[in-house]
Design a protein around this ligand. Structure first.
Ligand SMILES: NC(=O)c1ccc[n+]([C@@H]2O[C@H](COP(=O)([O-])OP(=O)(O)OC[C@H]3O[C@@H](n4cnc5c(N)ncnc54)[C@H](O)[C@@H]3O)[C@@H](O)[C@H]2O)c1
Length: 396
């Protein structure tokens, strides 16, 4: 198989996981990283065992050995970084949110479609074997028609006033904080599993921690910062959200999102209730899928390739009883994307399910914008605009 060269821009918290994921595929060479300066790029490249280091993203995208550009920079840089890669006609894997606004996300989808390259967004929870199992069960009618979809995505890493992230500053994170950062994952995930789209939202957003002590120097996500030289800053973006949902297939839903909820680390969960059965999956116990029934005993399906459906089975790589985790699901997403690239897939070709595209990134941005709009208007039902666009790629 021809080897594929990968270059990553923004080697922070999640960037390291992109690198680890593609290395596990066996046919991808991590060629270069780019950071905001030469010295930090060299330091990161050495720490990650990557040969080349660039002090600017423009230099990385110009490297002919880089065939696929990964974007893991703070949100405000997503547009210039991705546009630079597309201008060089490189395939792009961007982390979420694709862009700070739906309008900007649409521009990236349009530019990627025009460039004719492969484009992906890492909505990585799609890569969990039991998420694919739930999707397969809903599609096969095992739940019956779905009438309720509910859940939450809760974390606690921004609970204290001394906790700070670039996500909270609209200049670097965008107008939305918690919804764009983690709520977008939940919305993509449930639409993917249920096969219905959220068409209307009613949102109530809150800023629980209104003043934070911003560290003098930026830190990586989830890492503590020094106390010296902190500056008090007002926070306007949401760290807590409750949202009611209406789906195009008739289902109703509700979602709670928060990054100020003590004890919840990466607590994403959803439950689907249908006419025949319910399903519940929780990221922190991701090797189990709860199946709720009215006329038979409830069950817990433990992840075991021999018990999974045909479509879900290939996302499980270890036998039953051998736990798989966040990094394995993350790798599954990259396996789908790079398998597609290696096979010479064109953007309009059918894609494997864990492979979300810029179309899906735009879709998530439309949802976040509608949620912000609903809240701004005082918490009223707000339509999510229908997805129209270049339509050069098929839906997953
Ligand atoms: N898919 C997921 O589960 C997941 C998890 C975490 C973060 N993310 C997303 O990934 C992105 C990065 O988040 P993170 O938590 O890794 O942030 P981070 O702050 O840990 O890392 C960002 C990196 O970008 C670098 N950077 C800043 N300016 C740059 C520039 N001009 N050129 C090159 N590099 C530059 C920073 O030095 C830092 O190393 C965000 O968009 C975030 O939403 C996704």
């Amino acid at each position: 198989m021809t080897r594929i060269g990968m270059g990553l821009i923004g080697p922070g918290f999640v960037g390291a996981h992109h690198i680890e994921a593609v290395r596990r595929l066996g046919f991808v060479d991590v060629v270069a990283v780019a950071a905001s300066g030469e010295a930090s790029a060299r330091r990161k490249a050495d720490a990650l065992g990557v040969p080349k280091a660039y002090g600017s993203f423009e230099a990385l995208v110009a490297d002919p050995d880089v065939h696929v550009v990964h974007n893991t920079t703070p949100n405000a840089l997503h547009v210039p970084v991705v546009m630079a890669a597309l201008a060089r006609r490189k395939h792009v894997v961007s982390d979420k949110p694709l862009a700070p606004t739906a309008e900007a996300a649409f521009g990236l989808w349009e530019a990627a479609a025009a460039a004719g390259v492969v484009h992906a967004v890492t909505f990585n929870y799609r890569g969990n074997p039991l998420v694919q199992q739930a999707r397969e069960m809903v599609a096969a009618g095992e739940t019956g028609a779905v009438h309720f979809v509910h859940g939450a995505y809760l974390q606690d890493w921004l609970l204290q006033p001394t906790d700070y992230s670039w996500r909270l500053d609209p200049e670097t994170g965008g107008a939305s904080s918690a919804m764009a950062d983690i709520g977008s994952h939940w919305c993509d995930l449930v639409e993917h599993v249920v096969g219905q789209r959220i068409v209307e939202v009613l949102a109530d957003l809150t800023t629980v921690v209104g003043t934070r002590l911003k560290p003098a120097a930026p830190t990586q996500a989830f890492e503590p910062a020094a106390d010296a030289g902190r500056e008090a800053v007002r926070i306007h973006s949401e760290d807590l959200a409750t949202v009611l949902l209406r789906f195009d297939g008739g289902a109703k839903g509700s979602l709670a999102v928060g990054q100020v909820c003590a004890g919840h680390k990466n607590d994403l969960w959803f439950e689907v209730n249908g006419g025949r059965a319910s399903l519940r999956w929780r990221q922190e116990q991701q090797n189990e899928l709860w199946i709720g029934r009215r006329d038979a005993a409830n069950a817990v399906l433990a992840k075991d390739p021999s018990l999974l459906g045909d479509a879900a089975r290939r996302y499980a790589h270890l036998p039953g009883g051998h736990q798989e985790a966040w990094a394995d699901a993350f790798c599954n997403v990259h396996r789908d994307v790079y398998g597609f690239i290696a096979a010479g897939g064109r953007p309009a070709d059918p894609r494997p399910p864990a492979f979300a595209t810029f179309e899906d990134g735009y879709r998530a941005a439309l949802l976040v914008d509608a949620i912000l709009e609903s809240h701004r208007r005082g918490g009223v039902w707000t339509k999510v605009p229908a997805l129209v666009g270049p339509r050069l790629c098929g839906r997953s």
